[in-house]
Design a protein around this ligand. Structure first.
Ligand SMILES: C[S@@+](CC[C@H](N)C(=O)[O-])C[C@H]1O[C@@H](n2cnc3c(N)ncnc32)[C@H](O)[C@@H]1O
Length: 502
C-alpha cells in the first residue's frame, strides 16, 4: 500500500462523502474535507508520527470526531462481497480476527476497484509489532519473558497464516498476498488499528479515527489486586472486571477511554480527553498497557509509561506463601515493588508457623516488623542485582548503544574508523546486527547508504534496546528503593514487631 504516497486530500474528501466529520454541529451538511473544524492531520516525530492536531482550542469532553457505522470497515461490511462471503463461510474454524485479515487482504487484492481504496493507501507499509521481529531482534530483548512473548507472538501469527492460506488460495489472491509477510502486515494492521465494537470481537477499522496516536490514561489504575481478571477485547481497549462496585467500574471505564461506538446515533464518537491548544496533538487512550504489551500490539513503547511493569523470577516459596495471583507480583515503573509483591515478600520472610497469625496485616499492606521488612527488601535488591548481572549488556552499554543507533539513523553507515570503534565497544551485538541484515563491513572505508529494509531493521533494533533499557532501569530503581528502606530501618528500628522471629 502507498503509505505517505497515498493522497491525503483525496482520502479526506472520500471520508467526508462517507459522513465522517469533525464538525461541532452534527446536522451540518457535508463539507469538502472531513477535517478542519476541530482537527487536522499533522506529523509528530517524537509521538507517533502522523497524528491529529487541534484545529482550534478544544475543551475537555467535547465531541471532536464522528465516524458513521457505514464508514467502519468490519467483517460485516467486507463480507457484503458475495464471492468472499461464500468462500469464507466454508472455513468456520477460522477466528474472527483471521477472517478480518483475509477480508482485508482480499480488499487490497482489488486495488483501485475497492471502495476502500482511498483508505487502504493511507495505511502504513510496515509495522514493528513483536510478531514481526526477526531472530536477532527477539534475542536482543535479552529478558526471558520478553523473548518468550516475541516467540509466542510469531508462532501464533505463523499458525494463523497457515490456517488461512487455503481460503486465500480459493479466493485466488495474488501470490504476493499469500505470503507470511503480507499476513503479518494484515494482522499488524488489525492489532494496532482496530477499535472495539459491540457486535464483533474482531473490532473495526475506523478511517480517520485511527489517525489518533496514543497517550497512557492519566488516571491511576485501580490496584491490580482489586481486579478479578482482565482481558483484551482485540481492540484499542481493555475491559476490566471490577470486583466490588459496578458503578465505580463503569465510571472508571469511562475515564479510561475517550471514544466508543454509540448505538443511538450509529457512529463511532471521539471526545477530547483534556483541553487542547491549537496545534497540540490530540491523543487517545487505547487502554492501559505495559511497554511490552505496547510493543506486542502496537509496535512502540513510551519512555514514561505510568503503567509499565517489570516482572522478575520469584522463588516458588514466595509465590506460594500468599494467595496473590502471580501476574500481580511485579515491580512498578517507579522501581517500587507492587502492593501484592510486597505483601507476598513479607509473608515469605515470616517463619511458616507464624504466617497465619500475621496474614491479615500483610494482606492489608502493613509492614510486619523492621527485620521482616529488611529481609524482604534485601531479597528484592539482591535478586534484581543478580538478574542485572546476567544480562549481556549493562545499563551504560545500552545507553551508549542507543546513542550509536541514533547516529546510524541520522547518517549513512559510519565511516570505517567509527565502525571499528563500534565493533570494539559492541563487537557482539553490532556485528550480529550487520550479519543478520546481510551487511558486512565495507572494505573501502566510505559511507554506505541504507536500504529501506535496513532502515526499518535499525528502527526495530532501537525499539528493542530502548525496551530492555527501560526494564533494566526499573530494576536499578528497585535496588535503590530497597537499599534506602533497609538503610533507614537499620538506623531507626521504628516498626512494631508483629512476629517474634522475623
Ligand atoms: C492507531 S495508529 C495511530 C496513527 C498512526 N500514527 C498512523 O500514522 O497511522 C497506532 C500506531 O501509531 C503509532 N503510535 C501511536 N501512538 C504512539 C506514541 N505515543 N508513540 C509512538 N508511536 C505511536 C504506533 O505505530 C501505533 O501502532
Amino acid at each position: 500500500m502507498g503509505g505517505e504516497a497515498g493522497n491525503l486530500e483525496t482520502f479526506l474528501k472520500w471520508a467526508s462523502q462517507l459522513g465522517i466529520s469533525d464538525s461541532t454541529n452534527p446536522l451540518q451538511s457535508t463539507t469538502a474535507l472531513c477535517l478542519g473544524n476541530s482537527l487536522f492531520v499533522s506529523h509528530f516525530p517524537d509521538a507517533g508520527g502522523r497524528g491529529l492536531a487541534a484545529a482550534r482550542e478544544l475543551r475537555k469532553g467535547e465531541l471532536i470526531l464522528r465516524v458513521p457505522k457505514s464508514a467502519l470497515m468490519t467483517r460485516e461490511s467486507l463480507l457484503t462481497d458475495q464471492k468472499l462471503a461464500i468462500s469464507v463461510n466454508g472455513y468456520s474454524h477460522l477466528s474472527s480476527t483471521q477472517i478480518l485479515a483475509v477480508c482485508l487482504l482480499a480488499e487490497i487484492d482489488k486495488g483501485k476497484a475497492s471502495m476502500w481504496y482511498p483508505y487502504l493507501v493511507q495505511l502504513p507499509r510496515s509495522y514493528n509489532i513483536l510478531a514481526s521481529f526477526t531472530w536477532f531482534e527477539t534475542q536482543a530483548l535479552q529478558v526471558e519473558d520478553a523473548v518468550w512473548a516475541a516467540e509466542k507472538a510469531r508462532s501464533k501469527a505463523e499458525l494463523d497464516w497457515k490456517e488461512s492460506v487455503p481460503v486465500m488460495k480459493e479466493l485466488e489472491l495474488r501470490p504476493q498476498l499469500l505470503t507470511f509477510k503480507s499476513w503479518l502486515w494484515a494482522s499488524a494492521t488489525i492489532s494496532s488499528r482496530t477499535l472495539h465494537i459491540p457486535w464483533d470481537d474482531a473490532g473495526c477499522l475506523c478511517p480517520v479515527g485511527d489517525f489518533f496516536n496514543y497517550a497512557a490514561p492519566e488516571e491511576a489504575m485501580p490496584c491490580s489486586e482489586d481486579l478479578v481478571s482482565w482481558k483484551e477485547v482485540s481492540s484499542l481497549k481493555f475491559s476490566y472486571l471490577w470486583k466490588f462496585d459496578a458503578k465505580q467500574f463503569n465510571a472508571y471505564l469511562q475515564r479510561l477511554t475517550d471514544g466508543g461506538y454509540e448505538e443511538d446515533i450509529s457512529a463511532y464518537c471521539f471526545y477530547a480527553r483534556k483541553s487542547y491548544k491549537i496545534g497540540e496533538q490530540v491523543l487517545l487512550s487505547y487502554g492501559t498497557y505495559t511497554n511490552l504489551e505496547l510493543l506486542e500490539h502496537y509496535g512502540f513503547i513510551l519512555d514514561m509509561n505510568p503503567n509499565d511493569k517489570a516482572f522478575i523470577e520469584l522463588d516458588a516459596e514466595i509465590c506460594s506463601s500468599s494467595s496473590w495471583s502471580k501476574d500481580t507480583l511485579y515491580i512498578q515503573q517507579d522501581g517500587k515493588p507492587s502492593f501484592t509483591l510486597l505483601s507476598a515478600l513479607r509473608l515469605w520472610a515470616t517463619p511458616p508457623n507464624q504466617r497465619k497469625s500475621v496474614a491479615h496485616y500483610a494482606y492489608s499492606g502493613s509492614q510486619l516488623s523492621a527485620e521482616n521488612e529488611m529481609s524482604a527488601m534485601r531479597w528484592m535488591a539482591k535478586n534484581c542485582q543478580i538478574l542485572l548481572n546476567k544480562f549481556p549488556t549493562k545499563v551504560e552499554d545500552d545507553d551508549l548503544l542507543l546513542h550509536i543507533i541514533d547516529k546510524m539513523q541520522n547518517f549513512p553507515l559510519p565511516k570505517e574508523v567509527e565502525y571499528e570503534q563500534m565493533m570494539l565497544a559492541f563487537g557482539g551485538e553490532v556485528g550480529a546486527f550487520f550479519e543478520a541484515n546481510g551487511l558486512q563491513k565495507g572494505g573501502s572505508g566510505g559511507d554506505i547508504t541504507f536500504s529501506r529494509k535496513m532502515i526499518r531493521s535499525i528502527e526495530r533494533w532501537k525499539l528493542v534496546v530502548q525496551w530492555r533499557l527501560r526494564y533494566k532501569k526499573i530494576l536499578v530503581d528497585c535496588i535503590s528503593y530497597c537499599t534506602e528502606v533497609v538503610d533507614f530501618l537499620s538506623s531507626e528500628n521504628l516498626l512494631p514487631n508483629r512476629s517474634n522471629n522475623t
